[in-house]
Write a protein that binds this ligand. Structure first.
Ligand code: BDP
Length: 684
């Protein structure tokens, strides 16, 4: 095993007690209606059962009372036979399902009823997960619905085969400016995505270069269609990132002005053409007026005007525009210390609330900066009552160790979800905004940048699969615990040996904090090498036009974002968050340097000074990485060599990285501050 199957291992069960329990339920399978999605569910169940129980189930493609697994939609199954009523299903959404164990005339059966075929597929994966994690299936009585409507993954794949911020090989979609022929791998990717509930994918980078601009032309649409056909049979809608200047670049127009009639007409026809290939096409993902990408600003139009021209074209087909809010001035003058990149998304978008058509959804990064190891939640969440929003996470570990260093991100994502914005008083958590319930958004959900590539194990570091898995599971149900998700993932991926499960789970759960310990302290962010974003670089961004500084000098460190003396960013939050962050006294330590510039001797709530905290965490972080290595080494021989070595090698790289961070950060602050470590440890 090299990690290719990820969490869909379906390893043979050897415990005879378990076989005794599962086997009677898995002898045969009957499906009451047919569709490509139902076929995917049946195929997965049959393969999983055969592999785990060594018994190929008999398959009936009609209703058979004899079958031990019966699956169908609520309209095709005689619900009353199983003490179910259609009232229940009327209240559920299209992706919901019921899993129920029943005993009919002395025979154990499992009933899997979907509201639609998508529900059946998700239920099939659920059942397989239960068996993989050795849960009892004797008294199942589950009703499941995803909490978030759009659950999308964004590929940052370029057609030359490279992946922007990819740390696991090249693209599985493209090579040499063509689509790859390996449709099997794309199908396996669809299986992985569907197994954790992902229902949409954008298949090209948000930065759309010349060649990818042609994805929406007849040159490539037949290929996009093939990919979309595969994803469709796993309940996944396909979207494309587009170039805002397409009317000029591929349409021979002289403008891309969204208010120009010729441009509007052009988009309408273009969209019609796309739907002739892909009737359930999802829509466009757009990065406009950001980091040198074209957009409506060139024509003095705002983002709403920019997005609406696309939305209008997509409306007749129920397509959506996913408009990204990662907009800031990346050419700010580094001598201008008043520009605050953190303010940008809110300043640009908040004034436009209510101006977007209702098939536009704003995709907002979790924090105001850019996927740092620690940054507060974006103040845009809650601030736009009349505009659909979704949250963007980054599963790819761009700033969190690039899949060399271990960093399990589910705990971080949970913090964002659980954050109380107070937008409508106490309890206005981010998760109730992004799931659409707080403001009744027509479209809502969560997006994330994918971390996969064509490495044999998909994610470079095998343990980084946990982030892919965890992303899907958490956005399906934000109430799941980070530990629960980690445990499921380890069991499905590495089996059920308690030592293996406890060790890997523990490593995952500790990893985010460890990474934070040896990198940028107390929320200050950005002390990373510019451009490739791996390893420490204390003053790199100080002299970089892209902005973001930590303002360290001989007297202190941190960014003053207060209203009185700083950038005023704190005011973008609702009360009482605004006042809490604005106050040096009340600001939580974890974000202290994000909001305040303080002397090195400033005392944290723990009693430690800032400078001593920096030294302590950086020494500690390295020790913790050594400890991770020891913990992993205990698994030698307990898991297969390939995956063992894959992780062991990366842990060594992590150690090297942590040592470099420790030494550079500690030395830097020692020299800046002139204050010694109170334990006299070696600082260079
Ligand atoms: C940053 C990445 C850059 C992306 C950009 C984005 O460094 O490669 O293009 O985000 O999200 O994190 O558009």
């Amino acid at each position: 095993e090299k990690g290719y199957s990820c969490w869909l291992q379906y390893n043979k069960i050897t415990d005879s007690k378990l076989i005794e329990e599962y086997l009677p339920y898995c002898l045969s399978l009957s499906f009451t209606e047919d569709s490509p999605i139902v076929r995917s569910a049946v195929e997965e169940l049959a393969d999983g059962v055969k592999s785990m129980l060594d018994k190929e189930p008999t398959i009936y493609n009609y209703f058979s009372n004899d079958a031990s697994i019966i699956l169908g939609t609520y309209e095709s199954i005689n619900l009353s036979d199983y003490e179910l009523s259609s009232d229940l299903f009327e209240k559920l959404n299209d992706e919901s399902y019921v899993l129920k164990s029943v005993n009919k005339e002395g025979n154990n059966k499992i009933l899997l009823v979907g509201k639609s075929d998508k529900g059946i597929l998700y239920g099939a994966y659920h059942l397989l997960r239960l068996i993989q994690t050795r849960k009892s299936v004797n008294s199942l009585d589950l009703v499941e619905s995803p909490r978030n409507q759009i659950r999308i993954i964004n590929q940052w794949d370029n057609m030359d085969g490279s992946v922007e911020r990819g740390y696991s090989g090249n693209s599985i979609f493209y090579d040499n400016n063509q689509f790859t022929n390996d449709l099997y791998r794309i199908k396996d990717y669809a299986r992985l995505l569907a197994s954790v509930g992902i229902n949409a994918i954008s298949i090209n980078n948000v930065n759309v270069w010349e060649i990818e601009t042609n994805l929406i032309t007849s040159k490539f649409l037949p290929e996009v269609q093939k990919v979309a056909d595969i994803f469709r049979s796993y309940g996944i809608q396909t979207l494309l990132s587009i170039n805002y200047a397409s009317p000029i670049e591929i349409g021979n127009l002289t403008t891309a002005d969204p208010l120009d009639e010729g441009v509007q007409q052009w988009w309408a026809e273009k969209v019609k053409e796309i739907y002739s290939y892909i009737p359930d096409f999802g829509g466009f993902v757009v990065k406009a007026d950001s980091e040198h990408r074209p957009g409506p600003f060139s024509y003095d139009r705002d983002h709403a005007e920019g997005a609406n021209v696309l939305a209008k074209a997509l409306q007749p087909y129920n397509g959506i525009v996913v408009w990204r809010c990662f907009v800031y001035n990346c050419l700010q003058d580094w001598r201008d210390r008043t520009t605050d990149r953190a303010r940008a998304a809110y300043d640009n978008f908040k004034p436009l609330d209510g101006k977007f058509l209702d098939n536009v959804i704003l995709q907002v990064k979790n924090g105001p900066m850019d996927f740092q190891v620690k940054e507060p939640v974006s103040p845009l969440f809650g601030a736009m009552e009349k505009t659909n929003q979704m949250m963007e996470f980054q599963v790819a570990q761009e700033y969190t160790g690039q899949q060399k260093d271990l960093c399990y991100l589910v705990p971080q994502w949970k913090e964002y979800f659980d954050f109380d914005t107070h937008a409508k008083g106490e309890g206005s958590t981010v998760k109730t905004i992004v799931d659409g319930s707080m403001y009744n958004y027509r479209y809502s959900g969560v997006a994330a940048v994918s971390n996969i590539g064509n490495d044999i194990n998909w994610t470079g570091n095998t343990l980084a699969q946990a982030n892919f898995y965890g992303y899907g599971r958490l956005i399906w149900d934000p109430e799941l615990g980070a530990e629960e998700i980690a445990e499921e993932w380890v069991q499905s991926t590495f089996g059920n040996d308690p030592l293996v499960v406890e060790t890997i789970k523990g490593m995952l759960l500790d990893s985010w904090n460890i990474y934070e310990n040896y990198t940028a302290p107390l929320g200050v962010g950005w002390m990373i090498n510019p451009s490739h974003h791996y390893g420490p670089n204390v003053d790199g961004y100080e002299y970089d036009v892209w902005g973001t500084y930590h303002f360290s000098d001989r007297d202190g460190v941190g960014v003053d974002r207060t209203v009185e003396t700083g950038t005023g960013y704190t005011n973008q939050y609702f009360s009482p968050n605004a006042e809490i962050y604005n106050s040096l006294e009340n600001c939580p330590d974890e974000f202290l340097l994000f909001y305040h510039h303080v002397p090195y001797t400033h005392q944290l709530k723990s009693g430690e000074t800032v400078i001593q905290y920096i030294y302590n965490t950086h020494f500690k972080g390295v020790e913790q990485v050594k400890d991770l290595i020891d913990r992993w080494n205990k698994l030698d021989g307990k898991i297969d060599d390939y995956r063992f070595n894959n992780v062991a090698e990366r842990l060594q790289l992590q150690l090297k990285n942590a040592v470099e961070w420790r030494d550079k950060i500690n030395t830097y602050y020692f020299r800046k501050s002139g204050i010694s470590d109170d334990q006299n440890r070696t600082i260079y």
